[in-house]
Design a protein around this ligand. Structure first.
Ligand SMILES: [Zn+2]
Ligand SMILES: [Zn+2]
Length: 258
């Protein structure tokens, strides 16, 4: 109907005018270096975008998610002797450099508006998975109630919800986490001990034969994803894949500080 078209056109122009006025008063700024940027560049200036995307440039091992060495085969030699509870790992990039700085700004720096940027990138890598068509549901790595009480923002839950919508895969709140010390700064062995028995299946849930994709913001040692996978497998899941934004551990400095 012409009147509706005219109204929505007017609304769009008013919105664009409002946005440009707002930008004149409060120019958009790059989420990393804070220089003013054009609206189309948001949330990063071209230089910072390049720094963030550099972390995604190298192929990753499908078993552990670590960056593959140049001229390596399809999987890395470092994990060849290891077995993982999950079936595969896919990541947006290595948790280093610009990607690490941006994820830190998202998780701890009040830049929660980066949720769309990260979710879109995560959705892109999920949709490239060979098993994409087979995934029944996305499952966010849950946080404990003490954490939720302290802070309403839970990055993994936000990313899983937005990525699920983009990938058109249902989001299933299958896991619950009991409280306890945080994983930050712990070694692989300590992390494994720290998460053991920490997760359980949400009441009334059953997953026989399900093919699931576990979503988290960062994978460090894989202990958390491994424990979540064990719970889902014990509940009958046929396959559990993992998708994260950042995979830590590509350099010793990264491992020491997360
Ligand atoms: Zn910048
Ligand atoms: Zn590997």
């Amino acid at each position: 109907m012409p009147s509706v078209v005219r109204t929505s056109g007017l609304r769009r122009r008013a919105q664009a005018l409002g946005e440009s006025l707002l930008e004149a008063v409060y120019p958009r700024r790059c989420a990393l270096c804070h220089t003013s940027i054009a609206g189309d560049d948001a949330p990063l200036c071209p230089a910072c975008r390049e720094a963030v995307e550099a972390a995604s440039r190298h192929p990753a091992c499908p078993r552990c998610g670590m960056t593959l060495a140049p001229f390596a085969g399809p999987a890395c030699v470092t994990c060849a002797q290891r077995t993982f509870p999950f079936d595969s790992v896919v990541r947006v990039g290595a948790y280093t450099g610009g990607l690490r700085a941006l994820l830190t700004a998202f998780k701890f720096g009040g830049h929660e508006e980066l949720d769309v940027y990260f979710a879109e990138r995560l959705a892109r890598v999920i949709m490239r998975l060979e098993v994409y068509e087979e995934i029944d549901a996305l499952v966010a790595v849950p946080t404990c109630w003490q954490h939720r009480l302290r802070r309403s923002f839970h990055p993994a839950a936000v990313l899983a919800r937005l990525a699920a919508r983009r990938c058109r895969i249902p989001l299933a709140p299958l896991l619950v986490r009991r409280g306890g010390p945080h994983q930050v700064g712990l070694s692989l062995t300590a992390r494994q001990a720290n998460v053991r028995g920490r997760f359980h299946l949400a009441r009334g849930c059953a997953v026989p034969g399900a093919r699931l994709l576990l979503v988290d913001d960062v994978m460090t040692t894989g202990a958390t994803a491994g424990e979540c996978t064990r719970v889902l497998r014990r509940a009958g899941a046929d396959a559990v894949h993992v998708a994260v934004v950042g995979r830590a551990g590509d350099d010793p400095v990264t491992l020491r500080h997360v």
